[in-house]
Design a protein around this ligand. Structure first.
Ligand code: CP
Length: 430
């Protein structure tokens, strides 16, 4: 087997679109055995899958004609050509993806997991330099893109804020982009204006990634959100097709939800409940685009009404920085996602997500901290997934994804067995 057992099995389940329970029945093994085969290698309860199971799973996938389907898409060129925009290797919008191509990216993200978890090292991007240009505040996106590039052996140069860039002296997007192209091999850009990152991309031939363009899109966030939902659903024995997704909060200015709803719309038969304060509803053009896929879309201003029966609750912060002063209105307390309302409206296997940062200031009424020790809260598993997904994005855009598997070496120190004290409930689980 050229890929790890975990990557192989996850990929097979995605292609066959089967839950773990159904997949275990299909291949004639106990769910518990399958769970141990799906653990990361090196975790305490990991077990090697018998060779006969490997052959059997390969046969099932082949018989379904799925290998041919994927082989056909592979023959139509590398993934970076199939997701290219304007003939360039860039990531500006989730509109560049199909369900097949997004799942192909997730297969690569799965392969990145041992490197992301700091158990393996790869140097496939040795010599390459990333330019991280962030003209708006960021912690996760800037640092995780940088960390992802370093994990693949590259190095990072960055500039943060207008004040410390020559755009403060009136330099244009075109000049900035052209200058940076001579210094670096790829750029991640965050900018407060919608469409500005596409403008950067027009001025260069190196890969450009949209790290958030004002109220426009945040495609890498949506990709890691979808990857998180699929991973959590796999653990819970659920399929995304037919699921009920509640998007909560500032749906007008929240670019993460704009990208996420479009990406989720690639799946089948979803029910979206869009819950927002008055005046912060999802833009019409996104509703129309999502509606074309035949999903059910409901809109409400009542949190309690909207959360009933949800499989995923995706809460967002009020984007106060995008409001004019007279419009400024945050969440009222009855808009806060907290333990009481989740216990009242949702089941034990709901997952609660948030792109973060959450506004912890008094009166903000953003996602409550009273869920911090509740295993339904997936926000830190979500942020952890930012690394493998962003590694996969770089590997694809720079055309090195096929080199990763053979480049892996063991780390020379002892990586942490799990990342934070609150994660212990999921230690060893995948
Ligand atoms: N989710 C997100 O974009 O976080 P940052 O603003 O910290 O990058």
């Amino acid at each position: 087997m050229t890929v790890s057992q975990q990557v192989f099995l996850r990929d097979a389940m995605r292609r066959l679109n089967l839950t773990r329970d159904i997949f275990a029945v299909r291949i004639g093994v106990k769910r518990r055995a399958l769970d141990t085969w799906l653990l990361p290698e090196g975790s305490q309860e990991f077990r090697a899958m018998p060779e006969v199971v490997n052959r059997f799973v390969t046969e099932i996938v082949e018989n379904e004609g799925l290998l041919q389907k994927y082989a056909q898409s592979a023959q139509s060129g590398p993934l970076r050509d199939r997701i290219a925009a304007d003939g360039k290797h860039q990531l500006l919008s989730v509109d560049q993806f199909t369900r097949e191509s997004v799942e192909e990216l997730f297969r690569i993200a799965d392969q990145m997991q041992p490197i992301a978890r700091r158990q393996k090292v790869s140097r496939v991007l040795e010599g390459a330099v990333l330019g991280n240009l962030f003209f708006e505040a960021s912690t996760r996106t800037r640092v995780s893109f940088g960390a992802a590039f370093c994990r693949l052996g590259g190095s990072v140069c960055d500039t943060t804020g207008f004040t410390f860039s020559s755009m403060a002296k009136g330099e244009s997007i075109y000049d900035t982009s052209r200058v940076m192209s001579g210094y670096v091999d790829a750029m991640v850009i965050r900018h407060p204006e919608k469409g500005s990152v596409a403008e950067f991309a027009q001025a260069t031939n190196i890969p450009v990634v949209n790290g958030g363009d004002g109220p426009g899109e945040h495609p890498s966030q949506a990709l890691l959100d979808l990857y998180t939902i699929l991973t959590e659903f796999s653990r819970l024995g659920k399929l995304l097709d037919g699921a009920h997704i509640a998007l909560v909060g500032d749906l007008k200015y929240g670019r993460t939800v704009h990208s996420l709803i479009k990406l989720l719309a690639l799946y089948r038969g979803l029910k979206f409940t869009l819950i927002s304060p008055r005046g912060l509803e999802m833009p019409q053009y996104i509703l129309e685009q999502t509606g074309k896929h035949g999903h059910v879309i409901q809109q409400t201003n009542s949190l309690e009404e909207g959360l009933v029966g949800a499989d995923v609750i995706y809460a967002t912060r009020v984007q106060k920085e995008r409001f004019s002063a007279e419009d400024l209105e945050g969440y009222t307390p009855d808009f806060q996602v907290n333990k009481a309302i989740i216990d009242k409206c949702c089941g034990p296997d709901v997952i609660v997500m948030h792109p973060l940062p959450r506004d912890s200031r008094e009166g903000a009424n953003d996602l409550s901290v009273d869920l911090n020790h509740d295993s339904r809260l997936a926000i830190f598993r979500q942020t952890d997934n930012g690394i493998p997904v962003r590694m996969a994005i770089f590997a694809v855009l720079l055309g090195v994804e096929s080199l990763v598997q053979h480049s892996l070496r063991d780390v020379t120190w002892s990586p942490p067995s799990h990342i934070g004290p609150d994660d212990s409930v999921f230690h060893g689980m995948d």
